[in-house]
Design a protein around this ligand. Structure first.
Ligand code: AVJ
Length: 315
């Protein structure tokens, strides 16, 4: 075992298994699977491509906001902070905070130990004095990070949008518990023109469709499933009433899928529900944060009001 691997705190018993989750989800009505299973190596690569799409304004808008307000954010986090990132998918954004806030410690939390090993290696080169303490964990499950230092949480990318409001509130409340009195910096996509939202999840190049369908290919690769992935189409409407994008894979034909020794029938036209992406107003998000026990303080957004970043205090 190499030294870097040994340094990763492993909360792996708390990591759910894709096969069990898929078997359980295909047994429900409507058939469903949690969006967290999109992110195998292929899915993470496709998501990186989504972030570069002309229609997908979120990543570039949030990154610009972080750059523009880095000084102010650093002041709120305070000197020698301990930054904990919930779901450390890419180092691009946190590097802005590492430069500006010069924290003592960075705790990236991720379900992928492979990804965390890259994080340790890359950051050691650029920030030789930064203590990197990775934790393999699923932040959607209860978790206990050792240590009682006051922490600054970082939860960018509007990942909070993947959760229904009740679950999002519970998640924020649990995150608050891990901060030991510190604040949380959270990126939240905003309610806007439905046509703009629709375009962001139905890109002309078809990358989001490939990202969505990859979950079936992942099941075929990892679980020996036999989805006819080409017979599923990507369908991602904006539900104006619920203020969320709903993503589905719709089977264009009747098919019986075998996986993990079980069989599941898809009727012609039957959906597999793969993702919710909830949108908030500034006010609706601040109200939810308050229900989770936070005191909403600063909020930043771009001129077009596409995206917001909130600083929430936990005391
Ligand atoms: C990573 C959950 C924020 O909802 O916009 C992008 C995932 N899905 N395109 C989002 C996603 C389809 C993304 N989040």
């Amino acid at each position: 075992m190499d030294a870097q691997l040994a340094r990763i705190h492993d909360a792996a018993p708390a990591v759910e298994n894709f096969g069990q989750a898929l078997v359980a989800g295909l047994g429900k009505t409507p058939k469903q699977i949690s969006a967290k299973y999109f992110y195998d190596a292929a899915g993470s690569q496709l998501f990186d491509q989504i972030c570069e799409l002309p229609e997908y304004y979120q990543t570039r808008t949030e990154t610009a906001l972080l750059n523009r307000h880095a000084g102010e954010i650093a002041a709120l986090m305070g000197p020698h902070a301990e930054i904990v990132e919930f779901g450390a998918g890419s180092l691009r954004k946190v590097r802005i905070l590492l430069e500006a806030a010069k924290p003592r410690t960075y705790l990236p939390l991720d379900i992928s130990g492979d990804y965390l090993r890259h994080v340790v290696r890359d950051l050691a080169v650029d920030y030789p004095t930064l203590q990197v303490a990775p934790v393999v964990a699923d932040f959607t499950l209860p978790l206990d990070i050792p240590g009682d230092a006051r922490r600054a949480g970082f939860f960018p990318g509007s990942t909070i949008g993947n959760f229904r409001p009740d679950a999002a509130t519970a998640l924020l409340r649990r995150m608050r518990g891990t901060l030991n009195g510190g604040g949380l910096l959270v990126g939240v996509d905003l309610v806007k023109d439905p046509a703009r939202l629709h375009a962001a999840y139905n890109d002309a190049a078809g990358i989001t469709a490939r990202f969505n369908r990859n979950i079936l290919l992942r099941a075929n690769r990892e679980l020996g499933a036999d989805f006819d992935a080409d017979a599923f189409i990507h369908y991602a409407p904006y539900n104006v009433q619920m203020q969320r994008i709903e993503m589905y894979l719709v089977s264009l034909k009747r098919q019986i899928v075998t996986l993990c020794g079980a069989q599941f029938e898809f009727a012609q036209g039957e959906p597999l529900y793969t993702e919710d992406s909830h949108k908030y107003t500034i006010e609706s998000f601040r109200e939810m944060a308050a229900r989770a026990g936070f005191t909403p303080r600063a909020v930043w957004m771009d001129e077009e009001r596409l995206f917001s970043i909130h600083w929430l205090e936990s005391r």
